[in-house]
Design a protein around this ligand. Structure first.
Ligand code: MIC
Ligand code: SF4
Length: 754
């Protein structure tokens, strides 16, 4: 069955007219990204050409996806919006709250016991408001979306940064905070700055040990964690066509790690095959009628420099496998160079754990290629050294992999553990034995993120990112510097053997199968459904609207923290053990910025309380300012808020009374999240002014009372020695966004209108 096929057909019906209108205004050949964007304008047909990287544009996305960790806050906000039903097809996926420990069945049961209240809440809200619910164990949001909902040429937003995975089926799919999802579910326009366009031309063809993952590991190395900011990355060329749809998904998925707004590929045969194999021939038939509009124009791909803001070319035939890490996903090292680099940097060479899974690499194809390595090693009598953990991407993938013997193959590896179809270790839901000892060690995984502490909470775990087949090979050798192309392994008979190249199946030869996919359809009429939130719950808390701005300059604000270096959303609002408070704003606020490094003492979670002169934990110090009615500000470095879409990273400071976040630069989603929640998201006009900020500083805004688009804010910074600096702060608020600030939050405005 195809979900929402009528919606898809309607989108396709209006495509030719919308594209014709876009051609009128743009007046040159169109990229795929532009076609999808212009086909989804809120106003209908285009009447003007938008300036990339500058114009704010209102869009009408076709659908919304949410996962359990972010959906709680998104839905708590939606409940305040005063609507009876969601305006576009929407789904919630229970995948982040299941901890990996023993193995799938036991872990799932444990998660149900522990999170019962939250799952019931999500299930009843979904039921009430017409939202599809994928129950715990059904799979990871982005695999389930790819298998069931993504369609070429569609536009989707999702409350998770890896929503971009659906670019593997030719969508423009964008990660957002929950407040953005509320806009769309409430039937309003969704605003985005017209993205810039990066073209990646893929020539040649993957071979041997190289996989789709290596394409994005390479791109991440080229563009770094902020090189894609504000841009859509469009892949094209013969190499693109030769990749499977799930391989394309992997590439798009990890595009989140370079800060890209999203990534996408033109409609091609790999997508037809995948859609048909996942029961959606109807989508193929509909898409084929407008196929010319579902890919970029030939002129664009022939002379990409003319049409993209930046062009990168990668020859797949020459690409070699990479390992990225540790601690950042853009530190790319070709496998062949790992030995020298690891020794030079003192990265532990022994690998204790190898993990395959996460939304980016948990498809049938991924499992089949990794399984072929294990099969080969077993046949050659090689004993695996590391423990191998596997999280299949969905119940459909798991069921089919089990039927086809892939899971049995992994189980031949005596140290293998098959975990639940869920995020698991990728989001720190991993009860790793011994992690509390904080020993220095290395792990390897096929996930997309490897920030400090992410998987097991141990700051000394060096996590490296690689393709599933490389993860399997490294697991067998137990060595980070193992190069399967050149190195041999010693088997049980003392012989030197080499591993064969991975073999896999793009799609299961016997088709996909599943008994119970874990989907729960919402009630036709949900008006009678009761959503219960206990006032004494420590997991869920109904939201109180934030108070509106008083129209005055903020004065006497204290510096809460000057964060140094990388400050991702994991540093601002840690996941792992804190995931359980994602539906309770006050409780989760106790993790605010506890991972950020204090510039002045280089420590985490120790900042000066300017009222007492004593040092304390960041949330506690901030609560003291709040209790005293004193505003505060947070100062940060480059690409502040990179990583996740979690709006908790913006709501926590808002809730605790921080007024402004002043940084060298922002990651896109986080900047929007701050704006939506009624905070001031500001950047230094002169990045060097960061150096002027001292530990005992007090801040007075001088012209906030005339807050207007394109006008920098002036801030008087008073230092404890009596000297002052006046610094200038840029902002990107437009009229409407200033309205959010004035109202106290974007949601306050929606609620007023309702
Ligand atoms: C992540 O990978 O960091 C997450 C957990 O999926 C987040 C969402 C979240 O914080 O809940 C993301 O990437 O957006
Ligand atoms: Fe889940 Fe990890 Fe994917 Fe985030 S990146 S959605 S935590 S699997």
């Amino acid at each position: 069955m195809t979900f929402d096929i009528n919606m898809i057909k309607k989108v396709y019906e209006r495509y030719p007219e919308r594209i014709a209108a876009a051609r009128q205004v743009v007046q040159k050949p169109l990229t795929l990204a532009e076609k999808i964007l212009y086909a989804h304008l809120w106003q209908g047909n285009a009447t003007e050409a938008y300036e990339r990287g500058n114009s704010y544009v209102d869009f009408a996305p076709d659908r919304v996806a949410m996962q359990d960790a972010t959906a709680q806050m998104a839905l708590l906000q939606f409940m305040q919006a005063g609507k009876a039903k969601v305006a576009v097809p929407s789904t919630v996926h229970a995948d982040h709250l299941i901890q990996a420990k023993i193995g799938a069945d036991k872990d799932l049961q444990e998660a149900l016991n522990k999170n019962n209240e939250v799952f019931n809440f999500l299930s009843s809200v979904c039921d009430k408001y017409g939202i599809g619910f994928w129950k715990p164990g059904a799979g990871i949001i982005h695999q389930v979306v790819l298998e069931n909902y993504a369609f070429p040429g569609g536009m989707m937003i999702g409350t998770d940064s890896h929503t971009v995975n659906a670019g593997g089926l030719g969508m423009v799919a964008i990660g957002v905070g929950g407040a953005d999802a509320v806009d769309v579910m409430a039937g309003m326009a969704w605003e985005l700055k017209m993205p810039k366009l990066i073209g990646v031309k893929l020539t040649g063809k993957l071979n041997g040990w190289t996989s789709a993952k290596d394409v994005i590991l390479k791109v991440a190395g080229i563009l770094t964690v902020k090189g894609g900011t504000g841009a859509i990355v469009e892949y094209f060329g013969e190499g693109a066509v030769s990749l499977s749809a799930t391989g394309k998904g992997t590439i798009c998925n990890m595009g989140a790690e370079i800060g890209a707004t999203t990534s996408t590929f033109g409609y091609d045969d790999s997508m037809r095959r995948y859609l048909a194999a996942t029961g959606r021939q109807e989508v193929v038939d509909a898409a084929d009628k407008i196929a010319e509009h579902l890919t970029g124009d030939a002129e664009v791909y022939a002379e990409p420099e003319k049409y993209f803001d930046q062009v990168i070319e990668i020859n797949l035939s020459e690409l070699t496998p990479h390992l990225n890490g540790p601690f950042t996903p853009d530190l790319a090292t070709p496998v062949a160079e790992m030995r020298d680099k690891a020794i030079a940097n003192d990265w532990p060479l022994d690998i204790e754990w190898a993990l395959i899974g996460s939304c980016t690499n948990s498809s049938y194809e991924d499992l089949s290629r990794a399984a072929s390595i294990v099969e080969d090693a077993v046949a050659k009598g090689v004993k695996p050294k590391a423990i191998l953990g596997i999280n299949p991407g969905s119940e459909q993938v798991r069921y089919t992999a089990e039927r086809d013997g892939l899971l049995d193959t992994f189980k031949k590896f005596e140290n293998a553990r098959i975990f639940t179809n869920a995020c698991g270790p990728c989001i720190g839901q991993w009860d790793r034995e011994g992690a509390e000892k904080q020993e220095k060690n290395s792990i390897i995984h096929s996930f997309n993120r490897n920030f400090a502490k992410r998987a097991d909470g141990n700051p000394n775990t060096h996590a490296f990112v690689a393709s599933p087949e490389m993860v399997a090979a490294v697991a067998i050798s137990g060595r980070l510097d193992f190069n399967p192309i050149t190195d041999t392994l010693t088997n049980q008979n003392g012989e030197q053997v080499k591993l064969d190249e991975p073999k896999g199946s793009e799609l299961p030869a016997k088709g996909f199968d599943v008994e119970d996919n874990g989907y729960q359809a919402p009630a036709e009429d949900g008006s009678a459904v009761q959503v219960i939130v206990s006032p004494t719950s420590d997991r869920l808390q109904l939201l109180e609207p934030f108070s509106p701005w008083d129209g005055k300059n903020i004065t006497g604000a204290k510096l809460l923290i000057k964060a140094e270096g990388k400050c991702t959303t994991d540093h601002i609002s840690m996941a792992g053990p804190w995931l359980k408070y994602r539906g309770h704003l006050d409780n989760i606020s106790n993790n605010m910025l506890i991972g950020a490094v204090n510039f002045f003492n280089k420590e985490t979670n120790r900042v000066k309380n300017q009222l007492t002169g004593e040092y304390g934990e960041v949330p506690a110090v901030q609560r003291a300012y709040k209790a005293a009615g004193i505003p505060s500000i947070v100062v940060g470095d480059q690409n502040y808020g990179e990583g996740s879409s979690r709006e908790h990273a913006a709501m926590e400071p808002r809730h605790l009374g921080v007024k402004a976040v002043l940084v060298k630069s922002f990651a896109r989603i986080h900047e929007t999240n701050l704006k939506k929640q009624g905070m001031l998201a500001l950047t230094f006009v002169n990045a060097e002014d960061y150096d002027k900020i001292q530990e005992d500083d007090t801040f007075d805004f001088l012209n906030l009372d005339s807050f207007a688009p394109n006008t920098p804010l002036q801030i008087l910074v008073s230092h404890s020695d009596g000297t002052t600096d006046t610094i200038l702060a840029n902002h990107t608020y437009n009229e409407q966004q200033i309205g959010w600030f004035k109202a106290g939050s974007a949601l306050n405005l929606i609620a007023q209108e309702a």
